[in-house]
Write a protein that binds this ligand. Structure first.
Ligand code: CP3
Length: 355
């Protein structure tokens, strides 16, 4: 599923953008860069908006969500914008109560405690409960510069299942893994519901106007390779097989150094790498058929500019000018990151990689 021929509905300015070229592993004039969680609390403007509306209200207000996406992309000078939303929003129409409480992170009410709960769940057919997301996408697309691609996203089924079972964040995912090992039938039923709902959700984002999608499997690094193969890979393959082949799909996981080949086998035209791995060695392992995204440690943004420059040069050197590298952090920007360092990073990537 290689998006190598131009869909007539995609304007040239977008098709020929650095970001989409790199996704297709075509040569570019400079390495494209964007940053996971590029719109967020490290920005003063975001914090003032959040003083007036809650996080969920912000996600559900298409005008404000669009403004947040566009402001971050333009302030930073990045090569792609990302939809302002959250991976957990899809849990609401699947029947879970969702809350973002101060200081505690997300809380999912009525989490799954038994197989019977899963038996009553159906893949989302009607996406109208998420229409605010598609409205935001249309507003963002209309407001962004013509050549700046917009990335849509969703959570991967494993990561969503962890939240749905744990009821929130977790350190060891004891409940989720106990459920997975204890009742593989119910686990597979849950993963199928999440997979098929997510595929429809992502394709609806594409229809609304995103040029690429990223699947966040943030917590899958908690699994060993054999468990990934048995409990996750078939679902991820089914997910990527259903995503519109006309758009690049970025497959992101954190702490997945021992899972990378399996993740590649599951799907995605771009594989995300975190900072715990060496970009050059991993790209070797992954082979020539995929692009890679990464992989600066988000904490390096707290270091002096000289250290940021050193590590940026190192990562660009490891990519070796080979077509198909998208510069990013290895995970999302942290809340107290200095904005001037983020902007400096974007400039450094462009300057050091200019060809
Ligand atoms: O990248 C972007 O700028 C787009 C927006 C975006 C958000 N969340 C906004 C957000 C994206 C892509 C996400 C993805 C997301 N959400 C993930 C996967 C990425 C990752 O980091 O692994 C996960 C695991 C979530 C779930 C989630 N949402 C958590 C754990 C939290 C609380 C922790 C935190 O950082 O506050 C959120 C809240 C959230 N999502 C905020 C933002 C800007 C902060 C909300 C606020 O207080 O304003």
């Amino acid at each position: 599923s290689e998006p190598s021929t131009q869909d007539p509905t995609i304007p040239d300015a977008l098709w020929n953008s650095r970001f989409l070229k790199a996704c297709r592993r075509e040569p570019v004039d400079a390495t494209p860069v964007w940053l996971m969680r590029q719109a967020g609390r490290y920005m003063t403007e975001y914090r003032s908006l959040r003083a007036k509306v809650s996080f969920l209200e912000l996600c559900k207000n298409p005008e404000l969500a669009a403004e947040t996406t566009i402001f971050a992309a333009e302030t930073l000078g990045v090569d792609a914008a990302i939809l302002f939303a959250d991976i957990l929003l899809i849990l609401e129409p699947l029947g879970f109560g969702l809350e973002f409480s101060k200081g505690e992170g997300p809380v999912i009410h009525d989490p799954i405690r038994e197989a019977a709960h899963v038996a009553g769940m159906m893949p989302l057919e009607d996406l109208s409960a998420l229409s605010y997301v598609f409205d935001a996408i249309r507003l963002i697309r209309a407001g962004l510069p013509a050549g700046l691609p917009l990335i849509g996203f969703a959570g991967a089924p494993f990561t969503l299942a962890c939240y749905a079972i744990e009821g929130g964040g977790s350190k060891n995912y004891e409940r989720a893994k106990a459920f997975m090992y204890g009742d593989p039938g119910a686990w597979n039923a849950l993963m199928t519901v999440l997979t098929d709902s997510t595929a429809r959700y992502l394709n609806a984002q594409v229809k609304a106007g995103v040029q690429a999608v990223q699947v966040f499997d943030s917590w899958v690094g908690s699994l060993g390779p054999d468990d990934y193969r048995r409990f996750v890979l078939p679902h991820m393959r089914r997910l990527f097989d259903q995503i519109d082949p006309g758009v690049p799909a970025i497959h992101f996981g954190a702490d997945t150094g021992s899972l990378l080949e399996l993740q590649r086998d599951a799907g995605g035209t771009v594989i995300g790498l975190d900072w715990r791995v060496e970009l050059d060695r991993c790209w070797e392992r992954l082979g020539p058929e995929v692009a890679v995204q990464g992989n600066l440690d988000p904490v390096v943004l707290f270091a002096p500019l000289s250290e940021i420059a050193l590590q940026t040069r190192r990562i660009l050197g490891q990519a070796g000018g080979r077509p198909g590298h998208i510069f990013n952090l290895g995970h999302g920007i942290l809340p107290h990151t200095p904005v001037d360092h983020v902007r400096a990073l974007v400039q450094m990537v462009h300057e050091f990689s200019a060809r």
